[in-house]
Design a protein around this ligand. Structure first.
Ligand code: PHE
Ligand code: FE
Length: 288
């Protein structure tokens, strides 16, 4: 997740890139057990819900083996697959630092694990969200390219003052993205994959709209960070997502300057509605 709040720089943080030592040996036994609980709860839920790329990535990296994963063990495997590595950070990092890491195929992951009373929800990305949620997708070559391109695009957007638009793309893809498959919608967004309740909600709850992914539409749509999403966007493939984001966003940013945002729960005439949310259903019923 990109920065919402910039924490104070702890003294052990490497000043240039905000990384810290993962200090894997210092995780306590109860923390390893909590990781295992979280891991088992999510994997039971995600068969048939997460996309194949994610499930394959989980298998290949064997994130379960030693409780909380040791980055020193995972990194050689991940690097061999797609050239990505994981670096530990203490919490959220400034946007420019975050983008610089992504642009160099380094994924910054929170070093700490949530407390047991935060098992279902916490605001800052911890190691479970970052490593369980994000890292398996980084084993997919197309997604790996997309994430690096996002980092490069982030640095450009930052200089152009367009982060508010680009951040929506991250939100509705990397964090809350759905994928269209022959077997129905599947999850690839880490914000969903690391959440027990949203993994069910995102696919099965009748209230949110599920729409076909459209780059410009996504950039016009604000998001909420304090509740389940009321709109999800589903891409036909990760390749399509990568391809549509290869183009220069400059003209798109310019055109968005004179364009209004779309309300989160709104549906536009040009939207491809995959499953209509409860609001649309109620409106349709009223029209009949
Ligand atoms: N093509 C985008 C640009 O010109 C960069 C980008 C790629 C952004 C992929 C997000 C995802 O800024
Ligand atoms: Fe995240």
């Amino acid at each position: 997740m990109s920065a919402i709040r910039i924490p104070e720089l702890p003294s052990t943080v490497h000043p240039a890139d905000w990384t810290v030592d993962q200090a894997w040996a210092s995780y306590r036994p109860d923390e390893h057990r909590l990781w295992t609980t979280l891991y088992e709860r999510q994997t039971n839920l995600l068969a048939g819900r997460a996309c194949d790329a994610f499930l394959n990535g989980l298998d290949v990296l064997d994130l379960h083996r030693s409780g909380i994963p040791d980055f020193a063990r995972i990194n050689p495997e991940l690097q061999k697959l797609t050239g990505w590595t994981i670096v530990a950070v203490a919490g959220l990092v400034p946007d420019a630092v975050f983008f610089e890491h992504l642009a160099n195929r380094r994924f910054p992951a929170g070093q700490f694990l949530r407390r047991p009373d935060q098992i279902d929800y916490l605001q800052e990305p911890d190691i479970f969200h970052d490593v369980f949620g994000h890292v398996p997708m980084l084993t997919d070559p197309l997604f790996a390219d997309y994430m690096q391109a996002y980092g490069q695009g982030g640095l450009r957007a930052l200089h152009r003052g367009q982060l508010h638009h680009l951040a929506r793309l991250y939100w509705y893809t990397v964090e809350f993205g759905l994928l269209q498959t022959d077997r129905g919608l599947r999850i690839y967004g880490a914000g969903i994959l690391s959440s027990h309740s949203e993994s069910v909600f995102a696919l099965e709850d009748p209230s949110p709209n599920r729409l076909g992914f459209d780059l410009r539409r996504v950039m016009r749509t604000p998001y909420r960070i304090d509740d389940f999403q009321q709109v999800y966007f589903a891409t036909p493939s990760i390749e399509a997502l990568r391809d549509v984001t290869l183009r220069d966003f400059g003209p798109l940013y310019d055109s968005l300057e004179h364009c209004e945002d779309v309300a989160i729960e709104a549906v536009l005439p040009e939207d491809v509605v995959l499953t209509p949310g409860a609001t649309i259903q109620a409106r349709r019923a009223a029209d009949q």
